[in-house]
Design a protein around this ligand. Structure first.
Ligand SMILES: NC(=O)c1ccc[n+]([C@@H]2O[C@H](COP(=O)([O-])OP(=O)(O)OC[C@H]3O[C@@H](n4cnc5c(N)ncnc54)[C@H](OP(=O)(O)O)[C@@H]3O)[C@@H](O)[C@H]2O)c1
Length: 239
């Protein structure tokens, strides 16, 4: 193999990306109050934990982390024990994406146990940001104005050994991943509700420009829950 080809292949090595989202029947992902944790069942929350526990890392963007105040841990002893039996750390790595790096230090993610935290940010980030000063996380600068998501996934795979990660949002991040065609799998919960709202977000944000090309998936699993359904899609080329 030529040196250039080997280098190209190496650059393409990246973590597998699954997105996990809940939507209403009209495709909305958050309530009028702007949160997402209230509109699905306890069974869906248990499913979210199971999916988290199956991945090496969980990724979240700054907006959702602040709005939904998630811990991003696996708060279920049996699931943690099963990870350990499979040779994994008890908790997945927690990955935060923020161009500004302005992450308030009083968020639950810093207060409750979970995996190590890595912040991927940009040159806009200042080391005077509170999160960095508190020594709560490892900071990786990956881009000038926006986080370079391809580089980030390459870094996660090669440095942190993350084979597969689950991205739990939010829409701005999902949109950016979809633009780059970096979503391999989607776990989608459809709740039997309608929210309406012209400013209500969908999984890829507010209605706006089309993606550079449609991203095509194949339905690989359907499960019926109590008044909601759980769908799994795989990127066509991955099947
Ligand atoms: N139903 C569901 O399953 C679900 C799941 C997740 C979220 N949500 C809902 O979605 C809403 C939040 O969504 P959102 O779109 O406003 O926010 P978001 O995607 O969670 O966060 C946006 C922020 O993330 C950072 N970011 C994202 N992509 C980036 C990139 N490529 N480079 C640099 N920074 C990047 C930026 O942070 P900086 O400004 O710091 O640079 C940006 O302002 C909430 O209401 C939440 O409840 C619903």
């Amino acid at each position: 193999m030529s040196w250039e080809r080997a280098e190209m292949q190496e650059a393409q090595v990246r973590s597998w990306v699954a997105a996990n989202f809940a939507v209403t029947a009209d495709g909305k992902v958050s309530t009028a109050a702007g949160t997402s944790s209230q509109f699905t069942s306890p069974a869906d929350k248990a499913r979210l934990l199971r999916i988290r526990a199956e991945h090496d890392a969980v990724m979240i963007a700054r907006g959702t982390l602040e709005k939904d105040r998630m811990v991003l841990g696996v708060r279920d002893e049996a699931l943690r024990a099963s990870r350990v039996r499979r040779g994994l750390p008890e908790e997945p790595l927690r990955v935060i994406i923020s161009g500004s790096g302005r992450i308030p230090t009083d968020l639950p993610v810093f207060r409750y146990p979970g995996g190590p935290i890595v912040l991927y940010t940009t040159r806009r980030f200042s080391s005077r940001e509170p999160a960095a000063l508190e020594g709560n996380l490892t900071v990786q600068v990956m881009g000038e104005q926006e986080v370079d998501l391809s580089e980030t996934l390459h870094h996660l795979r090669t440095v942190y050994r993350v084979r597969k990660l689950v991205c739990e949002g939010g829409p701005t991040l999902i949109r950016a991943l979809a633009e780059l065609d970096l979503i391999d799998e989607i776990f989608l919960t459809v709740a039997a509700k309608l929210f309406g709202g012209s400013l209500a977000l969908t999984m890829t944000g507010l209605p706006g420009k089309f993606l550079p090309a449609s991203r095509r998936f194949r339905l690989s699993d359907v499960k019926k829950g109590d008044n909601e359904i759980y769908l799994t899609y795989r990127k066509e080329a991955c099947i």
